[in-house]
Unconditional design. Structure first.
Length: 133
């Protein structure tokens, strides 16, 4: 394997989380495993293509045998529009700043996922319409 990183910096909002290992029983073997995340299917496809091209180039330059496998493990989850709208109204009325955006953290089985903050948590815990998961 080349000593420098073989994956270029991802473009857009894509994020690489890749780990290289070398099994004890096969010291000449290198294994790259990890995740490529993106907020849109187009950005994910672009990041995956860039990563695969970089790994393929590194394998070709070092005359290595390359085996590749890709698995999509988490389908995107979208918040309930009705719950999101109601929560935004309640937060706005209570004086909280409301912004919408994607998150890298996987969504729980909640209707809506919100940012963190002590005041926000306290508001949600005492509000009759909301519960904290």
């Amino acid at each position: 394997m080349p000593p420098e990183p073989i994956l270029p910096e991802p473009r857009g909002s894509a994020l690489y989380s890749i780990l290289m290992t070398s099994p004890r029983e096969e010291p000449a073997t290198r294994r790259l495993a990890g995740q490529i995340r993106a907020f849109t299917p187009a950005e994910l496809a672009s990041a995956l293509e860039t990563a695969l091209r970089a790994v393929t180039s590194a394998a070709a330059l070092t005359e290595a045998l390359l085996e590749v496998g890709v698995v999509r493990s988490h389908a995107p989850r979208v918040a309930s529009p009705r719950a999101l709208q109601e929560l935004a109204r309640d937060l706005w009325a209570a004086g909280f700043r409301v912004r919408f955006g994607p998150s890298w953290a996987p969504a729980t089985q909640a209707d809506v996922c919100v940012g963190k903050g002590d005041d926000l948590r306290e508001f949600l815990m005492i509000h009759p319409s909301w519960s904290v998961a």
